[in-house]
Design a protein around this ligand. Sequence first.
Ligand SMILES: [Zn+2]
Length: 299
Amino acid sequence: MKTEVKVLFAAQHIPGGLEAVFGPAGIPMDVAEVQDFTLQRKRQIRVNLTLDETDKRLSVLLDLLKTHGISWLERRYDCFTDEELESTRLLVMWYDVNAEVFAGPRVGTTYDVSEACNRCGAGARQTSAMIIDGEYLHRLEGRRAAATCYDDMLVDEKLAGTLAESGLIGISFRGVFAAFEKRGHIQLPWRQICATHTMPPLSPRSTGIERDELCSCGRSGFLGQAEVPLRLVYRASDLVDIRDVNVTWEWFGDFHFEGDVSDALFPSPLFLVTPKVWRIFRDAGVTGFDWIPIQVVDE
Ligand SMILES: [Zn+2]
């Protein structure tokens, strides 16, 4: 495993330009993605580069930015080899946020909220096929798998067939429909993968999760933290009942719920699968997902 750091900053106010910080840090210009453009008659230089966390040039660069009073955004994430993905118990399926399809309660998918938190909606149980917004249909084109904005996992019919025939435990499927304002609902050649098993709560040793706006139910209000890699930690005893597909007990993301499902913004759990599922996706040539192994502690 290695940890990479993606750094974003604006370079137009650095005296001497980007060379003045890249030069002393020993970073060749072609390592970064640089956008040089004019916005409201002012020159903008946006810089985006990725370095290994242990790369000495990273700390030199950040120190130089600090010296020049330049602020930056950074995101840290772990990268794994296939052998590491193969040898873990569970993997978080993490889909490209920019490729997600809008779906869920506000598009017509129905949920039973009788046992959900009445403040955030955590624990809402889906009771219909997954309805996605027809405006987002193009995001499924050329793909074999995708996710909704609520981390519902979608696969094409063929991949659903392969998953169904692979003897996976704890997996079920639902239909997927696109909703159009004038034409109503149209069934798509896609399936939603559903998990029957909910994991026990995470170990507090997990990182990359912000917990400061917790709902009173304790189950939602978790947010991702860009500067710290996401590492879900479970105790060995939490893994006794795992299936091939699982969801976290914790529900992540913003929420807005006042009792009306059709107007709700629900938080949502993360989707965790065994390496067996990862292999099926890999062999199908699926792209767009990051696979993050969980960590297991003895306690
Ligand atoms: Zn709640």
